[in-house]
Design a binder for this molecule. Sequence first.
Ligand SMILES: *Cc1c(COP(=O)(O)O)cnc(C)c1O
Length: 382
Amino acid sequence: MFNKETIGKFHSTPTPFYYYDMGLLRETLEACSAEAGKYGYFLHYALKANSNPQILKLISKSGFGADCVSGNEIRAAISHGFSPGHIMFSGVGKSDDEIRLALHSKIQSLNVESRQEMEVISDLAGEMGVTADISLRIIPNVDAHTHRYITTGLEENKFGILPWEFEKVLDKLKSRQNLRLKGLHFHIGSQITDLNVFKSLCHRVNEINAWFISNQVFPEIINVGGGLGIDYGDPDTFRIPDFSSYFRIFSNFIELQGNQSLHFEPGRALVGQCGSLITKVLFVKKGISTRFAIVDAGMNDLIRPALYQSYHKIENLTSAEQPEKYDVVGPICESSDCFGKAISLPKTSRMDLLVIRSVGAYGQTMSSQYNLRDLAKAVYSD
Ligand SMILES: *Cc1c(COP(=O)(O)O)cnc(C)c1O
């Protein structure tokens, strides 16, 4: 995937660093827009996947709206070109200041996750003399069949409002003049690879949408969230997610009423494959039955393997010798600081460059300075 010239540049760049293939990101954005455009669907990029300025600028320029989960993400979205009128604000724990910022910025919708949040937003909007445009984040009880830490659409989950609360939600909407219901919002989890899950989601959305309409509430916006997965196992063959099949599922199964619009919040599917973590081998150490390749990137740079047991393809960019098995581990004082066990790599030596693939989403944004380490920098292909 990397040519000689690029690898040459890698050798003269301090490691570890994130490398972003902006050409691939551009192609991915174009593919997603083209497929969604066939049906007139609206796209809002989920900033939490990757909020690097260059990436935000390219995505906003490509015509996407934004999905934010903090006040600072709203600020970042606006300052990197996203129009406030296309920004959604989700999250179970919005602070009063964040709610005021969202109201002040006149964003498209605050996606509320509890009845108490409706009251607080209504009070704050009242104090500011404005009406808050809200959507109800609903738990549809659809199993995303993904890792339990990234499942959000099941009952007994901190996210969203449950169907048995709907009557009370309607009462609250009627009694609170500073709230205007704009839409219904659903987001059931991340790294969803079984498209049948989205078909089940459509059926639940149709039922819930019909319930609200039969109760004289008309949501203009139906927002089905993000969650489309990427292929971590084979990032070269499946460089761009199958947006065509994804949007076709919704087109086939969602029943929009009147002038309702359908909105999506992709994060990982847009940026996941364009990012790589480049790291140098510091030591190769023989254990009893294992060989360790100790690299200069750690779980503070990329926490996904430690947090979700996620798989990332690892390659050696320097060696072309006979393959051997290695546990690729970082320098952090935690046993979970491991990027892969028994990985087959060409015979690996000190100073070889390794690449950890498919880290464009939830890689750099989740990094920390644990052990007082420096944050890995970003390098862009253009
Ligand atoms: C995280 C998140 C997304 C994006 O999820 P992906 O799996 O990265 O597509 C979308 N909407 C909401 C509300 C989220 O919290």
